[in-house]
Design a binder for this molecule. Sequence first.
Ligand SMILES: Nc1nc(=O)c2c([nH]1)NC[C@@H]1CN(c3ccc(C(=O)N[C@@H](CCC(=O)O)C(=O)O)cc3)C=[N+]21
Length: 284
Amino acid sequence: MTAQILDGKATAAEIRADLKVRVDRLRERGVTVGLGTVLVGDDPGSTAYVNMKHRDCAEVGIESIRRDLPADATQDDVERAVAELNEDPACTGYIVQLPLPKGLDEQRVLERIDPLKDADGLHPINLGRLVLMQPAPLPCTPKGIVELLGRFGVPLRGAEVTVIGRGVTVGRPLGLLLTRRSENATVTLCHTGTRDLAEHTRKADIVVAAAGVPGLITADLVKPGAAVLDVGVSRVDGKLAGDVAADVREVAGWVAPNPGGVGPMTRAMLLANVVEAAEGAAAS
Ligand SMILES: Nc1nc(=O)c2c([nH]1)NC[C@@H]1CN(c3ccc(C(=O)N[C@@H](CCC(=O)O)C(=O)O)cc3)C=[N+]21
């Protein structure tokens, strides 16, 4: 048996095509959609991700607004960039690319984002709404994972999902999303303090690996036929490596590879969040 590939790259391209239609419709009504990014420093990975986001915007017809700050930017500099985007009517949604360079207080920056312009869904108000199951922009990676599973028909209702990683951008919000009534999955959230990881992965119908440990998930940790989603990224000898070992494809029913799986879906959901926010504002 060899796993079906959850092709996030192709799926994200379809989603962008659908979003383009919605952006065109908004434009006909006089609404322009604009995505802003705040990038601090010159980390090659972060710069590459931000470049990809602006390329996506161009494809979909979303204006992009870029604030690139030097690596020695101060907390005040970053907060000023955020305040400017809050005020800028051309910017309907934006993100602050994480992680910020050491010495900057990420949480204080995120709290200053206008929750109505929070394209990442990482403002405490929006994370709080997710906890309360109230409407809010959803964090892009968890939203992309649910969308990818849905489009490939991976059954989610009642499924046992083991998530590895308790980060604020992936693991934690994913657990909240999957346990909503609309998804109805049962979630086990594993982390570095988990005593027996294999016990939790082997019972899972779906494994989401977001640990950042190369090759952590091997075939012997996977129930035959399960879906395995690789969300981890690390650099090994300068090359990108995911959390999922190659042999998993021989036992899994579905695999979301890295690259080409959840990453492109994350970017597509960022665009979706900005479009949804603009549609919501236009309706009210
Ligand atoms: N405020 C904020 N929001 C984020 O959503 C955010 C962030 N900060 N900081 C970093 C992480 C990482 N992240 C990725 C998004 C897309 C790909 C992606 O599209 N990857 C492609 C290409 C990979 C490549 O060629 O380098 C793929 O997987 O096929 C990867 C990683 C978003 N993040």
